[in-house]
Design a protein around this ligand. Structure first.
Ligand code: NAD
Length: 363
């Protein structure tokens, strides 16, 4: 398995492989860039088919966190961790404790948060052996309601803010009354986004692989249920992918009728250059990692003094960041994804300049 010559290796500062035979722990932590601060990112547990697949995921995801945090103006670097194993079969308290001990060895250079396959409780168990976990304590939520650490409500609000910015830019309207929106995936974020849109007067079309999730949106928001095949290609103003990655691709883009794509799902573009194809089709793409930064903003503030008004103002700044990306994209005639990456790169220093080390390393 190659690391330095891996296609996803992007001068990551540090890549650590951890094992604990007693508990069966096999984990990789990747710190992509820490020039803005300690690397914060989710700890994912997944039954990867191979070590290579796990390495690929952690390299790619940690890099994405550097860009997301830089664009959200957070004093954080980009990192991610993966535990190889099926969370339904292999997750034990002892394994999570072992992971906590591994994180502690990194001395604060990486902070773990929840991700697919890990929960607030898992992070709390890791936290018995390290302080380097985030999103584990209850605090007042950004909307005044108590929060158990789940960042989804803040993520959904940030997506709503970003969607409005995209609609204003592309369709020239501030008022969402009568705006037509197709939401793919009515989970933690999609459901809450749908509620914001409904309250603002938008008309909704929804699809989720789980019928009960869809039924909830139909009953509560008067949404129209549609099929898997139709959700992305309806004649609506906005498509909001809130389920899976890679939904914007060579097959789907030519069929889109919406003028705006703005949703929560990570890695919506199957290939980076699909933002150019969207642009060719006259569709404004709001880059996902700008739009869905509410979660990391929430986790960041939960590690300091959580002041709901400050958190809300921070999430509201997604509007200004997107507006700058859209303006530069129009001015230069270049796709929004490319511009977003460039804007992020202006905000962090190149690799191999970690804060508390002078060498990039693989350990
Ligand atoms: P979730 O698991 O709660 O919701 C996802 C929903 O999508 C589920 O209801 C699921 O049934 C549905 N789904 C799965 N496959 C589908 C398909 N093929 N078609 C339609 N629906 C399908 O997850 P979430 O927390 O709401 O996150 C949604 C997306 O946003 C993910 O891509 C996630 O990585 C991203 N995201 C989430 C957060 C957060 O704070 N939760 C932060 C940043 C990014």
């Amino acid at each position: 398995m190659n690391v330095f010559s891996h296609p996803e290796f992007d001068n990551h500062e540090q890549v650590c492989f951890f094992t604990d035979p007693k508990t069966g722990l096999k984990a990789i932590v990747a710190i992509h860039n820490s020039s803005r601060g300690p690397a914060l990112g989710g700890c994912r547990m997944f039954p990867y088919a191979s070590d290579e697949e796990a390495l690929r995921d952690v390299l790619r995801l940690s890099r994405g966190m550097t860009y997301k945090s830089a664009l959200a103006n957070l004093d954080l670097g980009g990192g991610k961790s993966v535990i190889i194993g099926d969370p339904r079969q292999h997750k034990t308290e002892a394994l999570m404790e072992a992971m906590g001990r591994c994180l502690e060895q990194l001395g604060g250079r990486y902070i773990a948060a929840e991700d697919s396959g890990t929960s607030v409780v898992d992070l709390q168990i890791m936290g018995r052996h390290t302080t380097q976990v985030a999103g584990t304590s209850e605090h007042p939520g950004f909307d005044g309601r108590p929060s158990n650490g789940d960042p989804s409500p803040v993520t959904a609000y940030g997506v709503f803010v970003g969607l409005k910015a995209a609609v204003r830019h592309k369709l020239g309207r501030n008022d969402l009354a009568g705006l037509t929106v197709a939401v793919q995936g009515i989970g933690n974020v999609g459901y809450r986004l749908a509620r914001h849109l409904h309250e603002a007067g938008a008309k909704l079309w929804v699809y989720d692989i789980h019928q009960d999730q869809m039924d909830r949106a139909v009953q509560e928001f008067g949404a129209t249920p549609v099929s898997a095949d139709d959700i992305l290609t309806l004649p609506v103003d906005v498509v909001a992918p809130c389920a899976l990655g890679a939904v914007l691709n060579d097959t789907s883009i030519p069929k889109l009728q919406a003028k705006v794509v703005a949703g929560a799902a990570n890695n919506q573009l199957e290939r980076p250059d699909h933002d150019a194809l969207l642009m060719q089709h006259g569709i404004l793409y709001a880059p996902d990692f700008v739009l869905n930064a509410g979660g990391i903003i929430d986790v960041f503030h939960s590690r300091t003094d959580y002041e709901p008004d400050r958190v809300r103002a921070h999430v509201d700044s997604i509007d200004a960041t997107l507006s700058e990306i859209f303006t530069r994209s129009d001015r230069d005639g270049r796709p929004t994804g490319v511009i977003a990456n460039e804007l992020a790169e202006e905000r962090f220093k190149p690799a191999a300049t970690p804060q508390d080390s002078t060498l990039a390393q693989v350990s």
